[in-house]
Design a protein around this ligand. Sequence first.
Ligand code: ZN
Length: 429
Amino acid sequence: MIVVKNVRILGGEPADLRIDQGVIAEIGQGLSGGEEIDGGGAVALPGLVDLHTHLREPGREDAETVQTGTRSAARGGYTAVHAMANTSPVADTAGVVEQVWRLGREFGHCDVHPVGAVTVGLEGRQLAELGAMADSAARVRVFSDDGRCVDDAVLMRRALEYVKAFDGVVAQHAQEPRLTQGAQMNEGVVSGRLGLTGWPAVAEEAIIARDCLLAAHVGSRLHVCHVSTAGSVEILRWAKSKGWDVTAEVTPHHLLLTDDLVEDSPVGAYNPIYKVNPPLRTRADVEALRAALADGTIDIVATDHAPHPVEDKETEWSAAAMGMVGLETALSVVQESMVETGLLDWAGVAQRMSVVPARIGRLTGQGQPLEEGAPANITLYDPSARTVVDPSAFASKSRNTPYEGMTLPGRVVATFLRGRPTVLEGKLV
Ligand SMILES: [Zn+2]
């Protein structure tokens, strides 16, 4: 039994939590007994749930493993992550998703829910064994070719139809491949000045519009990964006004960073640390994404944690891999962009980083309000802390963060997974 003293649930009044046998047994004042942990007035949130994490295992254990990635997640306040399917081999069979699921059970510092590929080998030619993955021990409910777009409209339609049978969802990486051939950064004034091939907003927006229409046509669930443009927000707003079952995510980096960093930043021009898919966009896009996350047009924050080893990232811009690590800075970036700006309170953050992502992934036992009888998946967060981001201190195996040296607000103090601390005093247990 553990008693966590002096925490503020969703930023409310101070209270104590008694945790017993993996659940929140009691919430009250002046509780004592068992092992006592001083919460120090931290904000208590339901354990964070990430719908979009790249754990890289199997195949790229030089970038990340299930063990290091889930350590990174726990440090960031996460109690569950969805592991994307673009591993090697691709998670496109019951065998591979069960392998990842087992690695999570054995080495995970949080729950690991494998995402299944939509098409065999992510090749966009033939549907993968969606039903077998859903029926496997991993009980897959989220399917995505993330990293690639399911650009064939007929395959996308069939996938949407197929997943209805087990209440699954297709999570689309919306990137029209022909419109983004060789694309290096957001298409706009900065790409023009730098002479880099542009990545037009329409390449994302055209796929989102098509997929919303397809999902409505077949009456299925669609989830849109990493929305990055103001135009995408308008399309989602329209789809939701129709009552269609469409959800969407935004990454922390798209809520904070803009494409002009490629030209002018503290780490110089053309620094591939800012190279990411979809690309960083303009200030106007960032403002639209923040407003959409605040008003519910965008449902959740997902990290798109994309670890890469130094040799894949510290090279010339055109050759560098796309992506950023994000698990250990997500909550701080959300505080900076959404809470400090007055757009969200802590209850709003809990909805968008725990409750709703768990609902989209159809998870049980995660993303539940902190009340008596609920599973003790808890994140304690001190919003008054200020931290200079030091990648060498990351639990992730990779260091490719765009925030190195930046001072960000907040700090994850503790994380509890079914009552067991995975992080205490900011350190892994
Ligand atoms: Zn993606």
